[in-house]
Ligand binder design. Structure first.
Ligand code: UDP
Length: 333
């Protein structure tokens, strides 16, 4: 099986590529513009593969003619599409940046799949498509109503996939709506690194190891138990395994579908801070800051469907383990 992975050098993408390396029948081509971080995941990933089974091409999805040349030159069996901008706050300030990359470049990628007859597409989507849901936990039939351009840009791409599949019965997709992915790989080879870093767990880890002097808690007046936002934090390796399941699901001839991916319980920002204080044994400074624009109070997944239909069996549903893995990776990378 020959798989194209966009954004395969990024945080979640690299973990999926690593898992795919354990299947010796798989060949992987990663395209990535390397804009997301300063960690050289490509060199790490190369070590997992034999020489002919891993190809890396530095490429931005907005370079339409180069993307087309890639499809012209290779025959892919499936595409896993990660490459995207991902900061909720930035998307509110720079919506066009998000619609251009997350929606328009994705639409072009889907068009290439149609043109070159690639019929299996796994798409990285997000719980942000649900906006501020009234029902918790969130099922796949909870109404979508994004409250920020990031969520909307992903939802629009979901619609492009759905309409493409309606018009072309051979084209099948799996949309994975991620909740809050966190942690590092269990072998400590890969972890989270974004530039700039905006995600909660790596930022708290930075405070614990002295890379920053404090952590800002965005809002303590939300309608939650302790006033801080609640999120469903999923270990990155469990999320990566959902992509392997999605490929199997499509290879087995199943119908296109949408799946939530989370553990089904939330932790507050305060609880995450306390957990990292505990595992790091460092009492770093915490400051309450105003709410961050575009942040819903609570996002928790109902993942019954992915477990039932794909047999997804998460192994690392443990906040201390997630935080410890993030801390260990940051200390040793
Ligand atoms: N958050 C925070 N301080 C930070 C970064 C994030 O309080 O420095 C909060 C943020 O407001 C949200 C939660 O942590 O409620 C998770 O945010 P993150 O950016 O990690 O993921 P998101 O939920 O936006 O995908």
């Amino acid at each position: 099986m020959n798989i194209l992975i966009t954004g395969g050098a990024g945080y979640i993408g690299s973990h999926v590529v690593r898992l795919l390396s354990f299947d010796k029948s798989v060949k992987v081509t990663v395209i990535d513009n390397l804009c997301g971080g300063d960690f050289d995941s490509v060199s790490v990933l190369r070590e997992f593969f034999s020489e002919n089974s891993f190809t890396f091409i530095k490429l931005d999805l907005s370079e339409f003619s180069k993307v087309q040349e890639l499809f012209e030159a290779h025959t892919f069996d499936a595409v896993i599409h990660f490459a995207a901008h991902l900061q909720v706050g930035e998307s509110v300030q720079k919506p066009i940046k998000y619609y251009m990359n997350n929606t328009i470049n994705t639409t072009h990628l889907i068009a290439m799949c149609e043109k070159y007859g690639i019929n299996k597409f796994v798409f990285s989507s997000t719980a942000a498509v649900y906006g501020e849901p009234t029902q918790m936990p969130i099922t796949e039939s909870t109404p979508t109503n994004p409250i920020n351009p990031y969520g909307m840009s992903k939802l629009m791409s979901e619609h492009v996939l759905e309409d493409t599949a309606k018009a072309n019965e051979d084209f099948k997709y799996v949309i994975l709506r991620y909740f809050n992915v966190a942690g590092a790989s269990t072998d400590n080879s890969l972890g989270e690194c974004h530039i700039p870093e905006t995600h909660l767990i790596p930022l708290i880890v930075h405070a614990a190891i002295g890379k920053r002097d404090k952590i800002m808690m965005f809002g303590d007046d939300y309608p939650t138990l302790d006033g801080s936002c609640m999120r469903d934090y999923v270990h990155v390796e469990d999320l990566a395994s959902a992509h392997i399941k999605a490929l199997e699901y499509l290879a087995n001839g199943n119908e296109s579908d949408i799946f939530n991916c989370g553990y089904g319980h939330g932790y507050s920002v305060k609880e995450v801070i306390d957990t990292i204080k505990k595992v790091s044994e460092v009492d770093f400074k915490v400051e309450v800051a105003p709410r961050r624009e575009g942040d819903p109070a609570e996002l928790v997944a109902d993942s019954t469907k992915i477990k039932a239909k794909m047999g997804w069996t998460p192994k690392y549903d443990d906040l201390e383990l997630i935080c410890t893995s993030a801390l260990t990776w940051e200390k040793t990378r």
